[in-house]
Design a protein around this ligand. Structure first.
Ligand code: PMP
Length: 409
């Protein structure tokens, strides 16, 4: 059974919305793809950790050390359940999606890549799932190949099969595009990859908060996401990897917490996930992340998706009715992200003008410059919706855009 979420009720869980915007207007936050706002329970969990449990993890024999370790490892179990991983050993904490991708590029792909090999990514990757592979290819004299997309922002997967060969050593694809909103059929892509025994990484930065993730059913090799886009804190993220790959992978940072034994001559390393978590980790971040996952689970992802789907339909219709407004990204399956341009206004002008009305949208290339190049534009304005947004927020956006049109129309 699903229930429609009440965004007005949800907004009350987020203390940031109780403050006024300098314009005196209500704060209309339409930039959740950049980072989501944080509910009070996440803030409380982090606060509570420092107030009641602060100590270092994994070393403490004392009471507080045990509490901190329970907090940190408890979050690992929560994440395991959240994405349905087989084992806690498959969950590595990083500082975010970007670090997770870099870790796989260095620790895994780098070890397997030779001159002339290929890595495949898509035309709509965030720079953090592009540049690590580009740099790796440069180091190894390998080739980066790109799954093309069409004008609607849909990947042309009919071309993928023939792109894959025994030279392909890795595929890395985004689940939901942060600039176009396209939901990619990653289960199909994973099947194509595995038909040729190619490991595949899924960038779930934009999907983890809203879409059911089942790494076992999908059978992906790696999956990455960030805490701050799932209503959790900044500075903590997740790398999921199949146990067999994490065992094979080499660590890329060395120091405390990740060793088995150390002498001046030689060191040996702990098993995964500890071998990838050198140094004191983000324990408060883990406390916050567990609360964020709890918050999502209480709302229910099915309910969240229904709410976002209805809101996306409304927003697309309202924006589509504005004269001179063009939406970029019209794939059949879309998440609640709308990139657009209006008249001759630059995206930054749009964002600046509507900020005077209390409306926050993103303007720029959204760390997807190749997507902008594809459409021959420098930037877009981007609306990204979340659980605390209502139709009223979209009405405010439309009203604010009217003043852009008056200036530029
Ligand atoms: N991938 C996608 C699809 C994203 O939207 C983002 C953040 N905008 C990232 C990767 C990078 O995430 P982070 O900055 O948290 O590392």
């Amino acid at each position: 059974m699903s229930n429609m979420l009440d965004p007005y009720q949800i907004k009350k869980d987020f203390p940031i919305f109780s403050q006024a915007h300098p314009s005196g207007k209500p704060l209309t936050y339409l930039d959740s793809a950049a980072t989501t706002q944080k509910p009070q329970i996440v803030i409380n969990a982090m606060h509570g950790y420092y107030e009641k449990s602060n100590a270092n993890v994994h070393r403490g024999i004392h009471h507080l050390g045990n509490r901190a370790t329970l907090t940190y490892e408890g979050t690992r179990a929560k994440v395991q359940n959240f994405i349905h991983a087989r084992s806690r050993k498959e969950i590595v904490f990083t500082k975010g999606t970007t670090e997770s991708v870099n870790l796989v590029a260095y620790g895994f792909a780098e070890q397997r890549l030779n001159e002339g090999d290929e890595i495949v990514i898509s035309a709509m990757e965030h720079h953090s799932n592009l540049i690590p592979w580009q740099m790796l290819c440069r180091r190894k004299k390998a080739k980066l190949r790109i799954i093309p997309m069409d004008e609607s922002g849909t990947l042309q997967l009919d071309q993928l099969d023939e792109m894959l060969s025994e030279r392909t050593k890795m595929i890395a694809v985004v689940h939901i595009s942060n600039s176009l909103g396209t939901i990619n059929p990653i289960e199909d892509i994973i099947k194509l990859a595995h038909a040729k025994d190619i490991p595949i990484l899924i960038d779930a930065a934009q999907s983890a908060a809203y879409y059911d993730i089942d790494v076992q059913a999908w059978d992906c090799d790696f999956l990455v996401f960030s805490g701050h886009k799932v209503f959790g804190p900044t500075g903590i993220g997740v790398l999921y990897g199949k146990e067999k790959w994490l065992e094979e992978m080499v660590p890329w940072q060395f120091g405390g917490e990740m060793i088995r034994s150390v002498s001046f001559e030689e060191s040996t390393f702990a098993e995964s996930p500890q071998k990838f978590e050198a140094g004191t980790p983000n324990i408060a971040g883990a406390a916050g992340l567990a609360a964020a996952i709890q918050y999502i689970e209480t709302l229910g992802k099915e309910n969240i998706r229904q709410h976002l789907k209805a809101l996306l339909g409304y927003a697309t219709a309202q924006l589509g009715a504005i004269e001179g407004l063009r939406i970029y990204g019209n794939a059949d399956k879309k998440s609640a992200i709308i990139s657009f341009m209006l008249e001759s206004a630059h995206a930054h002008d749009i964002a600046t003008i509507i900020d005077n009305h209390g409306v926050a949208v993103r303007a720029g290339h959204h760390c997807t410059q190749p997507v902008m190049a594809f459409y021959g534009i420098p930037a877009t304005a981007r609306v990204s919706l979340s659980i605390y947004n209502s139709r009223e927020d979209i009405d405010r956006l439309v009203e604010a855009l009217e003043s852009v049109r008056l200036i530029f129309g």
